[in-house]
Every structure is written in structure tokens, then in C-alpha cells.
Design a protein around this ligand. Structure first.
Ligand code: G6P
Length: 619
């Protein structure tokens, strides 16, 4: 949600911050803006702000041929919460005197109270945003209290309720940036030439330095040329910065010849699944190792229940995990939307294991839900993709998916790697607890290890899948149906189509179709059945018959060599044979490609679908 990037150093700041904004655009693309400090001749310095509704390219058009020499700048790309996306609500924001400017990600919950107080004291606020109040408040605190910029920001933040990552500049202090966070991520980069970077995630920093400090909650940092990096808590305790080495490679942030990040990420799945399992499956010894599980084995061994918490696509991976864990470990599983869990009065026990699944590791609702679970004494294990993000840091233990950066807003490789690692964990726990026969375990780990090749063979059928997409690009609705392991796949298939092509789609358990969605079926409705050979195959074939009898247009995803479902279908996509428990790793791939192609044919912005953001750091 909203992307922040800031630079201070010896180089011109504009290109660095603009490039950073382009890399962060996946976090929000309602508007973008930049603030710089330019010399104003013998009048000292002046603050220059350029901001524009729309994408970073619109901001660039707005800046046009203007030249800026400033070597300090803050930039922002917005996903609107308070106030519609327009030029005025775009960040950076400033106060009347034009002295300081700030960018903010998060939500100031008490902003109406602060706004009213500021208004009564004569401040004129221009925008509808919660963020603008911070600029006025900081400037007022600084002027009235004769405080340094650092102290002014710290003091102002003590009056704020809510979540924030902010970076502030002051035209009268052009050698420093002040950055602070609470519940919204912020990472600081330390350049070898004495420069500093601050950003919502490491993607804008990686071209310039590998040395970073992840700011923790309630911390405020001063990034000052010649004076170094200073961190304190908002309550004024001194903190020693912990510098870490970034493991991100610049190539992983480029499209690498693909037309879209989403397509690149779909095609990366054989590699990303392999990476997610690397070092975890040992075929020679016939075992799986998951450090975060093994180091806390007593918890897993004694768990009376597993609660899975997640949002969006990660929640769908959680549903697949429910089937996996119950099948292999016989531990009861509940899968919860984190946003619902956190606001009801859930029963959480000390012998519960909570698995939090999140690509970004920053989703606000998932983060809050695990805090609730932790407070109630449960053991929290997280499965995330972004190393060092907030959710793993808040968890007792965990594992990373190692999928590499996922830039396309519609999640693809994050989903399949989550399933791959969850499968490995469920197999491991199952056999270690003696609930899964060793023979079955050995057969399944061998198959799981070979899944990347099978994913590759599904990807080789892209052209067949694209030709199916040609038939459905004009549709207005679609129905995705599956049973058992394929039910979550149906939900995810429908979500992918909705997200990027804006076609209304629903995922349903195939048998439940009779209790409502069957009324929708006519000759214009595409019905996508996911029907690989498994225990419920015959039942699904009956469901296919029911749709055929009512004239629906049938696409079926089947196992290679299938006859029955194939005979009923208008369009057939086949995937290689594998154990039903591993099949979501294969059947979800054609659905990703189908959505991708349909969205492209409809002229949609595949990587940046309207209204969505990659990382939802507001509740
Ligand atoms: C957003 C993204 C989805 C993602 C969801 C959960 O809605 O657009 O792709 O599945 O957040 O994100 P997380 O990072 O927690 O997996």
C-alpha cells in the first residue's frame, strides 16, 4: 500500500527517486509525487513539490523538461485511503510556511481530532488526506517548541494514533532526512559514498547498495550527511543500528524480456518451486527438514489444532494446506481470514499452532491477527516470501518461500511456492508424528521433488491455453468449479480472473453449484471445471454433466489421458498425472495463464490492475 522512497547524498536526487517510484509502483498507483530542496539564490533554499494523479509516467510528463539540482528528495506513490486520487491528495504534503514536506504510508486514526485542533489554531489544510495533518503538526511543534527537526517529528508522532511510515525533509536542514515507522514497513539503505536511502521495501535500494537497516516499530531515524545514521525509539531510547546485507538481485526486479511481470512470474514457477524446496527435501536420507518446525518440535507434536491465518491468495494457499495437514497429520485445521479473526472473539489455546501465510509479510490484518494469537499464548509460525518483513519478525518461528520478488499485483509464484512449502511441512509433521505411513511419505516426497518439471510441461502448453482464452475474452461472468483439493484452486482461478480482467467470476465447490450458481448457467457462461483424476473425479464428471445439460460452455482441466470429462467438454487443458495432494501445484498453472491472456486481450493493465495494491498495509 503506498510506496515511499527517499534519497540524500552526493548525486542529483530526482532520477534516483523517480526510478525508485517506478519500482514501488506495484504498491499503489493512484497518484505519485516528489519533493526536493532547491537553492533559491540569496534567499536560501526552497521546497519544490511536484505531484500528479495517475501513474509515475504522468508525474514525469508533469515534470517535463524541468531540471532539479537537489541532492535530497522524498517520493511517494499512493494507494488512496482518505480522499479520492487527485493532484491535491497526492503526496508529498506540506504545511503553510512551505518549510517541511513529508510522505506517509499508513493511516492516522485520530486525524479528525488533530485536524480540528489545527484548524482551530488557524491552519489551512488543503487535502482530504489524513497525512497532511502530520506536516502541519510537525511544523507547528518545531516552530513553537524551537525543536530540531528530529525532535519535532518525534514529539508530533507521540500525539498520533495509527500506523505510519514517514519520511520528512526540511528546506532549512537540507543535509538530513528523518524517517519513522509504526506498523508500516520502512528500510534504510547505506551507500558507500555516504548516501542514504529510505524506502517501503528494498526494491528501490538494491541498485545502489546492499547494506540496509530495517527500521523496527516505533523507531525514528535521522539520516544525515557527514553525521551518520542515528536511531531512537519514539519514546526517546537510543538504538544501535543493525546493518544487514540485502540478498536481492537486481535482475529479479526486471521483466527479463517478458511483456509483463505477471507472465515472467508464471514462467518462473519451476525455478521458484525448486528454490522453495531446496535444502528441505533429502531424497537420499528419505527425510524433510524444516528448521522452524524442527526447532519447535514439541509445539508441533503436542498441537491439538492448527489455525491458518491469511488474506487473499495466501488464504487460498491456506485452504489447500487444510486438506494437506488433515490428510497427512490428522491434526484438525481451521483456516481463517485474518481480517475476521482479529475482530471476533476467537478461541485460541496454548496448544494451538498458528500458521500465518503472507507473500509480503506486511499485510496489516495478518500482522494484527498473529499478535492476537501470540497474546493468547499460541505458537505462531509464519510462511512469508519477503525476508525480514514484519510478520516473520513478529512470529515465534517460520519459513521463507524463497520465491524471489513478486512484482505483478496478481499473485502467482508466491501462491505455488506457499503450497509447495506447506506440502513439505505437512508431510514432515505427518511422518514425524507417525500419522503418515513412511512408504507413502517416501513416494510423495519423490513426487514433490519432481513437481517443477511437471509445472514446466504445463507451461509448454501455453499456446493451447491462450487459444481457450481467445474464446472467452468477451465474457462478463465465469464460474470455476472443483472439489476436494481443487476447490481452493477454483477459488484462486476465479480471483485471478476478477483481479486482472475485471470479469466477474466465482469459485465454488462443484457439488454446491446446485444450490445457487446453477441458475446462472446458459450458453454464454464459461464454466471452468478442475477435474484431475482423484477420489472425487466421478462425482465431478456428474457435475460436468449437469452443466452440459443446461448448455454451459465447458472448459475442463483434466489429467493427461482423460476420456470421460474430455468427452463432455468444449475445451480441454490437460496436466500431467500426479498424486491428488500435489495436483494444486499443477492445476493452478493453466488458470493463471488463462486469466493472464484474457486480461491482455481485453487491454487491461495486467501488472497494475485498478484499485488493487500488492501489499495491503492498512486494515
Ligand atoms: C493483496 C494482494 C494479493 C494478496 C493479498 C495478501 O490483496 O493483491 O495478491 O494475496 O494482498 O497479501 P500477502 O502479502 O499477505 O500474501
Amino acid at each position: 500500500m503506498c510506496g515511499i522512497v527517499a534519497y540524500i547524498g552526493p548525486e542529483p536526487a530526482l532520477p534516483i527517486v523517480i526510478n525508485g517510484l517506478k519500482r514501488l509502483e506495484y504498491r499503489g498507483y493512484d497518484s505519485s509525487g516528489i519533493a526536493l530542496i532547491e537553492s533559491d539564490g540569496n534567499r536560501g533554499n526552497k521546497l519544490v513539490i511536484r505531484k500528479k494523479k495517475g501513474k509515475v509516467s504522468d508525474l514525469l510528463d508533469h515534470i517535463g523538461e524541468e531540471v532539479f539540482k537537489s541532492s535530497v528528495a522524498i517520493g511517494h506513490t499512493r494507494w488512496a485511503t482518505h480522499g479520492p486520487p487527485n493532484d491535491i491528495n497526492a503526496h508529498p504534503h506540506r504545511a503553510e510556511s512551505n518549510r517541511i514536506a513529508l510522505v506517509h504510508n499508513g493511516i492516522i486514526e485520530n486525524y479528525t481530532t488533530i485536524k480540528e485542533t489545527l484548524h482551530n489554531r488557524g491552519h489551512a489544510l488543503l487535502s482530504d488526506t489524513d497525512s497532511e495533518v502530520l506536516a502541519h503538526l510537525i511544523e507547528e511543534v518545531m516552530t513553537n517548541g524551537d525543536l530540531s527537526l528530529f525532535e519535532a517529528v518525534r514529539t508530533a508522532l507521540n500525539q498520533v494514533v495509527g500506523a505510519y511510515a514517514i519520511v520528512v525533509i526540511d528546506k532549512d536542514n537540507p543535509t538530513k532526512l528523518i524517517a519513522a515507522r509504526r506498523s508500516s514497513p520502512l528500510v534504510i539503505g547505506l551507500g558507500e559514498d555516504g548516501s542514504y536511502y529510505a524506502a517501503s521495501d528494498a526494491t528501490p535500494i538494491v541498485p545502489y547498495t546492499k547494506n540496509v537497516v530495517y527500521l523496527k516499530d516505533e523507531e525514528i531515524a535521522s539520516l544525515e550527511l557527514d553525521n551518520g545514521l542515528r536511531i531512537r525509539t519514539i519514546s526517546n531510547l537510543k538504538i544501535t543500528p543493525q546493518v544487514q546485507a540485502l540478498e536481492l538481485e537486481i535482475e529479479s526486479l526486471e521483466k527479463g524480456g517478458y511483456e509483463h511481470f505477471m507472465l515472467k512470474e508464471i514462467f518462473e514457477q519451476p525455478k521458484s518451486i525448486r528454490d522453495s524446496l531446496r535444502g528441505r527435501i533429502d531424497l537420499k536420507k528419505g527425510e524433510i527438514r524444516i528448521t522452524g518446525v524442527d526447532d519447535n518440535w514439541e509445539k508441533w507434536d503436542n498441537a491439538s489444532r492448527i489455525i491458518i491465518l491469511a488474506c487473499g491468495t495466501s488464504w487460498h494457499a491456506g485452504l489447500v494446506a487444510e486438506y494437506l495437514f488433515e490428510d497427512f497429520t490428522r491434526i484438525p485445521v481451521e483456516v481463517e481470514y485474518a481480517s475476521e479473526f482479529r475482530y471476533r472473539n476467537p478461541i485460541i489455546r496454548e496448544d494451538d499452532i498458528v500458521i500465518a501465510i503472507s507473500q509480503s509479510g506486511e499485510t496489516a490484518d495478518t500482522l494484527a491477527a498473529i499478535k492476537t494469537a501470540k497474546d493468547a499464548g499460541a505458537h505462531v509460525f509464519s510462511l512469508c516470501n519477503v525476508v525480514g518483513s514484519s510478520i516473520p519478525r513478529e512470529s515465534h518461528s517460520g519459513a521463507y518461500t524463497h520465491a524471489g520478488p513478486e512484482i505483478g499485483v496478481a499473485s502467482t509464484k508466491a501462491f505455488t511456492t506457499q503450497i509447495a512449502v506447506l506440502t513439505a511441512i505437512a508431510l514432515h509433521v505427518g511422518v514425524k508424528k507417525g500419522r503418515l505411513p513412511r512408504e507413502r511419505f517416501l513416494r510423495l516426497i519423490t513426487e514433490l521433488n519432481g513437481i517443477p518439471e511437471l509445472v514446466d510441461s504445463v507451461l509448454k502448453q501455453a499456446d493451447i491455453i491462450y487459444s481457450v482464452a481467445d474464446e472467452f475474452a468477451e465474457s462478463t461472468n465465469a464460474l470455476y468449479l472443483g472439489r476436494g483439493y481443487q476447490f481452493p484452486v477454483a477459488l484462486e482461478g476465479a480471483l485471478k480472473l476478477k483481479e486482472i480482467s475485471y470479469i466477474h467470476a466465482e469459485g465454488y465447490p462443484a457439488a454446491e453449484m446446485k444450490h445457487g450458481p446453477i441458475a446462472l448457467i446458459d450458453e454464454s457462461l464459461p464454466v471452468i471445471f478442475i477435474a484431475p483424476k482423484d477420489d472425487v473425479y466421478e462425482k465431478v464428471v456428474s457435475n460436468i454433466q449437469e452443466v452440459k445439460a443446461r448448455g454451459g460452455r465447458l472448459v475442463v482441466v483434466v489429467t493427461e489421458g482423460d476420456n470421460e470429462a474430455t468427452a463432455l467438454a468444449d475445451y480441454v487443458i490437460s496436466v500431467p498425472k500426479c498424486d491428488p495432494s500435489l495436483s494444486p501445484l499443477l492445476t493452478s498453472i493453466p488458470l493463471q495463464l488463462l486469466s493472464y491472456k484474457i486480461a491482455v486481450l481485453r487491454g487491461c493493465n495486467v501488472d497494475q490492475p485498478r484499485n488493487l495494491a500488492k501489499s495491503v498495509t492498512v486494515e
